[in-house]
Design a protein around this ligand. Structure first.
Ligand SMILES: Cc1cc2nc3c(=O)[nH]c(=O)nc-3n(C[C@H](O)[C@H](O)[C@H](O)COP(=O)(O)OP(=O)(O)OC[C@H]3O[C@@H](n4cnc5c(N)ncnc54)[C@H](O)[C@@H]3O)c2cc1C
Length: 484
């Protein structure tokens, strides 16, 4: 169908088209269906931009909308649960739901994990880094069980099978450079932390620290480190056929009296109406926009911006460690990753990344280089290559911008403070807490009376939506600069 009139039916259920004037549509001869839908969705073609030659004049033609609506065929598919967003949160929940017999599907707009998950340092931690103030906080208590939970899953004995996920390191380390830690030494040896942290003697130092110039004290944590691309691939493979790419230019979330549906325009001019007992928004930072789209006001989101530093070098030491400074969060957190070209990339977070927000990347890189030269004077940084990655953590809003101490899932609320009938919103807040999020989600669904349907919907009509790939790692797409 090449005429605008022909293209209109495929876009008939798009709210934007309510504003389309038939005269404007008539300016689109030769526009195919997909482009017409795209144009209808593009605000610059809407009433705001009437100076554009292709602008849609003010005045809606509901006449056209309703006339064409009748001609559009619809196909309904219903699920128990529909997830929007395929980072670790969505994929973990999807695994739990499918294993529990739920009829569930996930829609991802980009590559899997393309927000925080692929950018994370992959640390599965038991919260010891939150004890640096010398007390076990709520955060450290809630997270303490997670390393064991993951270990069971990684061994194939947990409620999500992670046998195909690569473990980068069985341990994370923590080291102090100077006497700043003396007040913590007794605490680290205390009963509260027994089994979670061990002091290492000089004979057992990992290779990167095995140098006479290393004067600090090294601790070994129960925390492990996983390779997040393989985690995402593993989680996706477990639920093959349940994950679909979504293009919002030809899809929309439609809210009718606090009940949401997903409408997808098929290439065959069919509107696929996807309904669910519950939609779960688990799109990381994208949750705010999804909530806005359906006119939900709560829950609110907070973001924690970072500028991570990447350093690619030929020292070839793989290191997974926090360097402790004078403050209660690590001065530097280092994880190591193999680049596609075989080089090793040290990925630097911690205070360096927190305080690096908004800094000129070259200045931050100079700072990072000075830090590494000071901490590892026996390694060569002159021939390294550098890059930075600005990225934000997304979390549910907390009083005083505190760090949430467990995973979050709750119902969405509208402006009148009424709950939506079928919208939940989730943030794991940490990769580590994904199992906690899975448990909370299943618990909440049970409370809401959402149980697995005996019949699973036929998803053949969604076959044109290809499954999304796993996002590329930051070190494989970075632009590198030489040492400053
Ligand atoms: C630099 C950094 C390092 C970290 N390191 C660690 C660590 O070592 N250990 C740890 O426990 N935690 C860590 N975290 C936190 C952890 O990575 C996150 O808590 C976790 O990955 C969040 O997962 P998510 O699925 O909620 O979000 P994301 O991974 O951001 O995934 C969201 C997905 O939703 C998709 N999406 C967005 N909008 C839409 C939409 N409208 N429609 C469809 N899809 C959409 C995105 O494309 C993306 O694929 C780190 C975070 C950062 C930023």
């Amino acid at each position: 169908m090449k005429t605008p009139q022909g293209a209109l039916p495929s876009a008939a259920d798009r709210p934007a088209l309510l504003l389309i004037d038939i005269t404007a549509a008539a300016k689109w001869p030769g526009v195919n269906n997909k482009k017409a839908v795209y144009k209808a969705n593009d605000k610059s073609y809407g009433t705001q931009n009437t100076s554009s030659p292709e602008a849609i004049p003010r005045g809606s033609t509901r006449r056209v909308y309703y006339a064409t609506m009748k001609k559009t065929s619809q196909h309904s598919i219903s699920f128990d649960v529909v997830l929007i967003g395929g980072g670790v949160a969505g994929l973990w929940i999807l695994n739990r739901l499918c294993n529990a017999g739920y009829n569930a599907a996930l829609f991802e707009q980009d590559a899997l994990g393309s927000g925080q998950t692929i950018a994370s340092q992959g640390m599965i931690h038991g919260g010891v880094k939150y004890t640096l103030s010398g007390v076990l906080s709520g955060a450290s208590e809630a997270i303490a069980d997670m390393p064991d939970y993951w270990r069971k899953c990684l061994a194939g004995n947990g409620d999500v099978n992670l046998q195909q996920t690569k473990i980068l390191s069985d341990h994370f380390y923590m080291w102090s450079t100077e006497s700043s830690l003396s007040k913590l030494t007794t605490f680290f040896a205390s009963k509260a932390l027994r089994g979670r942290i061990d002091a290492l003697d000089k004979k057992n130092l990992p290779a990167a620290f095995d140098n006479p110039q290393f004067k600090g004290k090294l601790y070994q944590l129960v925390d492990s480190v996983i390779d997040t691309p393989s985690l995402l691939a593993n989680l996706a493979a477990n639920v093959r056929g349940r994950i679909f790419s979504i293009d919002w230019k030809s899809s929309s979330l439609v809210n009718t009296h606090n009940t949401v549906e997903l409408h997808i325009q098929s290439p065959a001019d069919q509107t696929l109406v996807i309904s669910a007992q519950q939609f779960i928004f688990c799109a990381g930072k994208g949750n705010a926009e999804l909530l806005n789209t359906v006119s939900a006001n709560k829950p609110e989101m907070q973001t924690r911006p970072l500028q991570q530093v990447l350093v690619k070098h030929k020292n070839y030491h793989l290191i997974y460690a926090h360097c402790l400074g004078a403050e209660s969060t690590p001065r530097l957190t280092i994880s190591s990753h193999r680049c596609a070209d075989g080089d090793v990339c040290w990925y630097l977070g911690g205070q360096l990344a927190e305080k690096g927000v908004g800094k000129n990347p070259v200045d931050l890189i100079s700072e990072a280089k000075r830090e590494l030269e000071q901490l590892f004077p026996w390694l060569d940084w002159q021939h390294a290559q550098w890059s930075t990655l600005p990225i934000s953590r997304a979390e549910p809003r907390q009083i005083n911008f505190a760090r949430p101490d467990k995973a979050y899932i709750d119902r969405a609320y509208n402006a009148e403070n009424k709950t939506f009938n079928n919208v939940l919103v989730a943030w794991p807040t940490k990769l580590t807490l994904s199992p906690n999020l899975g448990n909370e989600t299943l618990g909440l669904l049970k409370t809401l009376g959402v149980t697995p349907s005996p019949l699973h919907s036929n998803t053949d009509a969604l076959g044109f939506l290809s499954p999304p790939a796993v996002a590329p790692s930051p070190w494989d797409v970075a632009s590198w600069i030489n040492s400053p």
